[in-house]
Design a protein around this ligand. Structure first.
Ligand SMILES: NC(=O)c1ccc[n+]([C@@H]2O[C@H](COP(=O)([O-])OP(=O)(O)OC[C@H]3O[C@@H](n4cnc5c(N)ncnc54)[C@H](O)[C@@H]3O)[C@@H](O)[C@H]2O)c1
Length: 243
């Protein structure tokens, strides 16, 4: 049986690219998004052994239903990539309490629920790989992105450690990836062409990051051989943040 990987927020952007790299590496892939039509279109475009499911990462019931659908279709689940997030760039002093709660709430809740619901299933089965998309913003406070987004990503690093400890003895690893600006639709939407040169000049390697490299890192962390890395945050940031 192939390994089965579920990616959240995979209807577009980086999630879609991660699905393509997982498929290329031989995984069966569950393309999930809150927008089912988007997930279906992506799964169709990717082809291969894909299943599209509706999964709003703010809903515990959606995680439970998605798990049931995956088990019915593929018979197992091995890998969870917590990719979905809301990215906002509102200036610090203009963030309303409602917007703060909405961004922090969704970004944190998504990882919490995925680790709790899907993680419990993996731990019960005695094997699993969970990969959480954090961000450089969670480490350095962010540059183009808002405080609520940055704070939520910092807390995802903390949740990664908490769930890594919880599951370590049951064959389930939990790692985070903290990318800097990646060559992706979201970055091009947030940074207009006229400001791109300024952004690049501030990145030590003077380039945006590569989405397929991130996808291949996910594949590496998703392999059985990755059993010895857990609770870690993998930096992919062009030298913007060095430990
Ligand atoms: N693009 C970058 O440079 C970059 C850098 C650092 C971290 N990241 C992280 O990588 C991940 C993907 O980033 P991206 O650039 O593709 O973002 P994106 O905004 O293009 O895509 C986010 C995806 O999440 C989905 N989504 C949003 N709310 C959802 C919900 N409630 N339920 C289910 N799906 C939902 C959207 O439909 C979309 O498919 C995010 O976690 C982001 O924070 C991206």
């Amino acid at each position: 049986m192939n390994q089965v990987a579920l990616v959240t927020g995979a209807g577009q952007g980086l999630g879609q690219r991660f699905c393509a790299r997982l498929l290329a590496a031989g995984f069966d892939v569950v393309v999930s998004d809150r927008d089912l039509a988007l997930a279906q279109a992506t799964a169709k475009q990717l082809g291969g052994r894909t299943l599209a499911v509706k999964l709003d990462v703010g809903s515990k019931a959606d995680f439970e239903q998605a798990l049931a659908q995956v088990l019915e279709h593929f018979g197992a689940l091995h890998v969870v990539v917590n990719n979905a997030a809301v990215t906002k760039t509102t200036p610090l002093m203009q963030i309303s309490p409602e917007e703060f709660d909405a961004v922090v709430g969704l970004n944190l809740r998504s990882v919490f629920l995925a680790c709790q619901v899907l993680g419990a299933h993996l731990a019960e089965a005695g094997y699993g790989r969970i990969i959480n998309m954090a961000s450089l913003a969670g480490q350095n406070g962010g540059t183009a992105t808002g405080a609520h987004y940055a704070a939520s990503k910092g807390a995802i690093v903390t949740l990664t450690k908490i769930f890594a400890k919880e599951f370590a003895a049951r064959g389930v690893t939990v790692n985070a990836i903290a990318p800097g600006p990646i060559d992706s639709p979201a970055v091009h939407a947030a940074v207009p062409a006229e400001r791109m040169q300024g952004l690049l000049a501030n990145i030590p390697v003077q380039r945006l990051g590569d989405a397929d490299f991130l996808g291949d890192l996910i594949v590496q962390l998703a392999r059985p051989e990755a059993y010895f890395t857990t609770g870690a945050t993998w930096d992919v940031n062009g030298g913007l943040f060095m430990r």
